[in-house]
Design a binder for this molecule. Structure first.
Ligand SMILES: *[C@@H]1O[C@H](CO)[C@@H](O)[C@H](O)[C@H]1NC(C)=O
Ligand SMILES: *[C@@H]1O[C@H](CO)[C@@H](O)[C@H](O)[C@H]1NC(C)=O
Length: 337
């Protein structure tokens, strides 16, 4: 009898100790279990169990803040979940107030708009919602989330226009909204993104109008506006202040400007320049021969004319990079006569 009660005591002590040594904050655990439920308990989250520690590595996609020893959930990575039927993004995500990193990706049955409750995540720095069927507008409330560094909503079914208020986010480093159904113009306010803003990728949408002259102020490193219906002059994206420029892709738009007049002399790190399928005229600027790191170039299907400058990396690209222009000539195209 005595031996039995000792065993019971030991078991109780063990259970109690496990409970005590659990690092997971009870509110966070409750929120996570609610998220699991709200997504129809996908198989990939089967390790999220009420009786285990959410800060342990078994909890797929969950990390706790060990640096500050608060052990609050600060990172949630929900990717490649196979949902049994369509579900919206769970509003219960808002009950993880210490979240700094939220990554939602490759979930094809994830539908509906981006929930306003996301705005309650006042410590969120990285927001990724990519490769889902999430639809509706890019919400205006994002501009209240002053901690945001990166917003990536690539490859969803988002529509509507770009919210001009995004440029008021004081710490923003980049936005990527590629592969949606976003229409309307690029807001002029986008020229007032903060100093360290370097990534602007809006490819594969339905953007129209001119590229605003205000963008001349930005010191962008990665620009992708390809596959839209943008018109007019894009020379504001080139210039003496573009010292960070590494890749610029403006392919498949309706751009019309004189390429001979663009300034690239300060863009010494430029690696990729894709201007194919526009209505760009003028000649290729001589400065292209001074770009040491140029790895890809395509100016085909434009209205360019004159001799391809000889030297630098320019003759490493094949004819298809220069083909279908008005009267470009010289190596690798046939010589000018
Ligand atoms: C969106 O849903 C369609 C079916 O309605 C599916 O074919 C497609 O793969 C989904 N897209 C994404 C990005 O999950
Ligand atoms: C350049 O673009 C044209 C038109 O899209 C394409 O056919 C060609 O293969 C491209 N060349 C290179 C080297 O990317």
């Amino acid at each position: 009898m005595a031996r039995l009660s000792i065993i019971v005591l030991i078991i109780m002590a063990l259970v109690f100790r496990t409970a005590l040594s659990e690092l997971c904050n009870p509110q966070d655990k409750q929120a996570l279990l609610q998220i699991k439920k709200d997504l129809g308990k996908p198989t990939k989250l089967s390790s999220w169990l009420p009786n285990t520690d959410c800060c342990s590595p078994e909890w797929e996609g969950v990390s706790c803040d060990i640096d500050t020893k608060t052990y609050r959930v600060n990172s949630l990575d929900l990717n490649d979940l196979s949902l049994t039927k369509p579900y919206p993004i769970p509003s219960s995500i808002a009950n993880l107030p210490y979240l700094s990193f939220l990554y939602i990706s490759r979930i094809n049955n994830l539908v509906g708009p981006i929930p306003p409750s996301i705005a309650k995540l006042t410590k969120l720095r990285y927001l990724y919602i990519t490769h889902t069927n999430v639809s509706g507008q890019i919400p205006n409330f994002l501009s209240q989330m002053k901690t945001l560094l990166t917003i990536d909503f690539s490859y969803n079914a988002l529509s509507g226009t770009l919210p001009p208020s995004l440029s008021s986010l004081p710490n923003l480093l980049g936005i990527s909204f590629d592969g949606n159904r976003i229409s309307g113009p690029i807001p002029g306010s986008f020229g007032s993104f903060p100093k360290h803003f370097t990534v602007l990728t809006l490819s594969r949408n339905r953007l129209t109008g001119n590229i605003p002259a205000t963008l001349a102020k930005l010191e962008l490193a990665f620009v992708d506006l390809s596959q839209n219906m943008l018109e007019g002059d894009a020379s504001v994206l080139f210039g003496a202040n573009k010292v960070n420029l590494q890749k610029i892709n403006l392919a498949k738009n309706l751009l019309v400007f004189d390429l001979g007049k663009i300034r690239l002399s300060k863009s010494k790190d430029l690696q990729g320049l894709d201007l194919r399928n526009n209505r760009i005229y003028g000649s290729l600027p001589q400065v292209l021969t001074s770009l040491k790191y140029l790895k890809s170039l395509n100016v085909s299907y434009n209205n360019l004319c004159g001799q391809i400058p000889q030297g630098g990396k320019l003759q490493r690209f094949d004819e298809s990079s220069y083909a279908h222009n008005k009267c470009l000539c010289g190596s690798p195209l046939p010589s000018c006569t």
